[in-house]
Every structure is written in C-alpha cells, then in structure tokens.
Design a protein around this ligand. Structure first.
Ligand code: DX5
Ligand code: ZN
Length: 230
C-alpha cells in the first residue's frame, strides 16, 4: 500500500471450528487473553455444505464466557429460519450466504429486526455484483477465500481481487461496514488480505493450531499485518 492511503485498523476473529471442543471454555479464555477481537461461530447444516457442526445451543453455553462479539456464519440453507434462535442466545452478527437465501433482502431485514447486525457471505464463485442492490443495507460482507464446509483449506489467491473491488466502493465502507475474509487466513496470507482492504480477518487453524498456542497464534497474525497500516 502507498503511504498516505492509510487503511482502518484490521481486526482479528477466531473461528472456533478449529478449537479443542473438550476444552472450549479454556480456548475462549485464551482468545480473550490474547486480545482477539471477535469470535467466529461456524454453523453447518449438512445440506448447504457437506458437514454438520453446531448450532444455537452451543452458543448459549459459551455466550456467558466472553464479552467478545460473536458472528454466526450460517453455512445453512435458508438461514432465516434460525434468526430468532440465535438472537435469543446472544449472537451479535448473523452472516448468511447470498447463495443460500431465496429472498436475501428479506432475510437481511429480519436479521436487523431481531437486533443483530447483518452480514452476507459470498462463495468463491459468486461475484460481488450480487450485492449491488443491497450493499447499503448490510453491516458486513464476508468474502470466502476457500469453499465453505471445513477448516484448514488452502487460501484461494484469486479472491483478493474481489476483496479489493469491494473495498474500493467507498460509500459503502464509509458507513463503518466490515469487509471480512474467511478461509486459509494465516501468517503468509493475512497481509495480502489487509492490503486488499479487509477490515476483519477470520482465522481458525491459523490461531488454534499454532505450535505455541492460541495467544501466540493471534500475535503472529497481528505481526503479519502490522505493516499494512503503515
Ligand atoms: C470454512 C469456515 C471457516 C473456517 C476457517 O467453511 O467458514 O470459518 O473455519 O478455518 P481456517 O482458518 O482453518 O481456513
Ligand atoms: Zn466461517
């Protein structure tokens, strides 16, 4: 990035899909201690994506353990069916896939009516232009840099152009909306995401599988992006 083109601070979210679920309370405490900015909660239905993960009852257990904001990433067909369940257990963001909603605008409205912030995720094959008519209505765009369904996949470099083009749509960003990146975000890919204009980096295995532990995983990502805001 050129100097004088200072980008806003880039925040870090941890995808607890990669956490040790036998020690979930301890893992979440480490995220707090490590200065993580947000918890990313991947919900999979075995339909929109092949795997099944967890749902609102699990969030109900962990919500009292941290004050960090929680984004539920709904890799679920017609996720609007679950808006009230997740609002009730304290989700802050509810992020749906554009590909999974027959009436995306209506789903976004229902998320906001339930008191949550509305995110929309795009699969790698989905162009940013599907959001042209609703961009001002949403609080977060989540660009998938892997195909959704499991953690630990390789970052798809070609998605950087989509991140950059969304970032350049300044009227949208000026509202404070987030541009999130999810999938394969690690020390070797994080800086490129930040340079392309991402405001939130979501990492699972990059944080939880760090050889020196969760706190070091978060610190390593922060170090990797430090030069992006110079
Ligand atoms: C993929 C999930 C991601 C995933 C990220 O379907 O939406 O949030 O957990 O994991 P890593 O960072 O390991 O690619
Ligand atoms: Zn996710």
């Amino acid at each position: 990035m050129t100097s004088g083109n200072k980008k806003p601070e880039v925040r870090i979210a941890a995808s607890i899909l990669a956490a040790d679920f036998s020690q979930l309370g301890r893992e979440i405490k480490a995220l707090d201690d490590g200065g993580c900015d947000e918890i990313h909660f991947d919900v999979m239905d075995g339909n929109f994506v092949p795997n099944i993960s967890f749902g609102a009852p699990v969030l109900e257990w962990i919500r009292p353990l941290t004050k960090l904001p929680v984004d539920v990433h709904m890799m679920v067909h017609e996720p609007g069916r679950f808006v009230d369940d997740f609002a009730r257990v304290g989700a802050d963001y509810f992020t749906v896939h554009a590909e999974a909603c027959a009436h995306l605008h209506a789903t976004v409205q229902s998320i906001k009516q339930a008191g949550m912030k509305a995110g929309v995720a795009l699969n790698p094959a989905t162009p940013a232009s599907v959001l042209d008519e609703i961009l001002p209505d949403i609080d977060r765009v989540l660009v998938m840099t892997v195909n959704p369904g499991r953690g630990g996949q390789q970052f798809i470099t070609g998605q950087l152009a989509k991140i950059a083009s969304l970032s350049e749509r300044l009227p949208w960003r000026a509202t404070g909306a987030d541009l999130a990146v999810d999938g394969g975000v690690k020390v070797d890919t994080a800086l490129a995401c930040a340079e392309a204009g991402a405001s939130l980096l979501i990492s699972g295995t990059g944080i939880f599988n760090h050889p020196d532990g969760v706190i070091s995983g978060i610190a390593a990502l922060r170090d990797a992006i430090a030069s992006a805001s110079d």
